[in-house]
Write a protein that binds this ligand. Structure first.
Ligand code: KG4
Ligand code: ZN
Length: 334
């Protein structure tokens, strides 16, 4: 079966075509980062308008890349939520119109479930993932720890009580006078820094599976002030970046490793935008030498993308599919 998917829940406009759960035939992403840099964050109305402009372009590109035409597509999938409402509705209306015109069923997909299956995208057909899996999904908008007993049986263990890890990276980068998004800039600077130069408070010792980054953020801000403020820290940037990264990644690694142990997991998956962080990947792999550790095999499956939405669509039961011509405002996700 071949599914074409549309993703527009935040600031990436994306279209992908996936065969049989994992074989990615096209994964086209148009990022709005350039648009949102001026405001240092996403303005929903601006994001929704940009999706309107880009959807047809990414759709055409997905067909061009895959070499397929509409006759080969069995169903259209779309992110139905969660996300920025106006952005989601642009994608839903586009996908519903396509499904109607082309007479295909429409599959509403939970965006989070997309991230949760993204580490299996592109794996060879014969390579089975082994359950249970501890899945850490970390991006600018989400920071969730799940146990997957199967696909799509996901049990949420804990989320963040304040910022998501990616958001914390972005805010720390802003304090250091770096650009947006901050995660990639901090991790690049950190390569040249001493991760143990500055001691920051470690929320790792808190019990349970909730995450919190607000204390760390305040401490980081105070540290920058103590060092003389943003104009005086030029030479310290690599050490500050490395120390911040070390603290965040240690927390993330600690929690996911703890969950994997407690729930007797066979695998650990790290997904979402922050899964692009190489230091975090290394930490988790080193802390769990006996378990199979996976992250999305392509950077294009880490950030928001439509391949993961198509991948998750294969697990949506048929009674949730909408027939061509259904009213898209009634769409929900589960
Ligand atoms: O999944 P994504 O594209 O969008 C959201 O749903 O937010 O994730 C973007 C987030 C940003 O916060 C960005 O700073 C973070 O992922 N990120 C990273 C790295 N690459 C992206 N964080 C840490 N290290 C990285 N290498
Ligand atoms: Zn996402």
């Amino acid at each position: 079966m071949i599914i074409l998917a549309i993703e527009s829940s935040c600031d990436e406009t994306a279209c992908a075509i996936v065969r049989d759960k994992r074989e990615v035939l096209a994964n086209v992403i148009s990022s709005q980062i350039g648009i949102h840099q001026a405001t240092q964050g996403v303005v929903p109305e601006v994001a929704a308008r940009a999706h309107v402009e880009k959807l047809q372009i990414v759709l055409d590109k997905a067909f061009e890349t895959s070499g397929l035409d509409w006759d080969r597509i069995d169903a259209v999938a779309v992110t139905a939520g969660p996300g920025l409402l106006t952005s989601v509705m642009v994608g839903v209306n586009f996908a519903a119109s396509l499904a109607w015109i082309k007479n295909k069923p429409l599959i509403p997909v939970n965006h989070i479930n997309g991230h949760l299956v993204s580490a299996s995208l592109g794996l060879p057909e014969e390579e089975e993932v082994a359950f249970p899996i501890a899945i850490l999904s970390v991006s600018g908008g989400h920071n969730d720890l799940y146990i997957a007993k199967s696909y799509p049986e996901f049990e949420l263990l804990g989320s963040t009580t304040d910022d998501a890890a990616g958001e914390a990276y972005d805010k720390a980068a802003k304090m250091l006078g770096l650009g947006y998004p901050g995660g990639p800039m901090i991790s690049k600077l950190a390569l040249k820094g001493d991760a143990h130069k500055y001691k920051l408070p470690k929320p790792v010792l808190k019990k349970g599976y909730e995450f919190s980054f607000s204390g760390l953020k305040s401490a980081f801000s105070r540290l920058i002030e103590e060092l003389g403020g943003i104009d005086k820290i030029g030479g310290e940037l690599p050490d500050l970046a490395a120390s911040f990264q070390e603290t965040v990644n240690e927390l993330l690694c600690y929690k996911v490793s703890k969950a994997a142990k407690e729930f007797d997991c066979k695998e650990i998956h790290l997904v979402g935008g922050v899964s692009a962080n190489l230091n975090l990947r290394e930490k988790i792999a080193e802390a769990n030498p006996i378990l199979k550790f996976r992250h999305p095999i392509d950077f294009g499956y880490c950030t928001d993308n439509a391949a993961m939405i198509a991948g998750a669509a294969f697990y949506v039961s048929k009674d949730k599919w909408l027939q061509a011509g259904s009213i898209p405002s009634l769409i929900t996700w589960s």
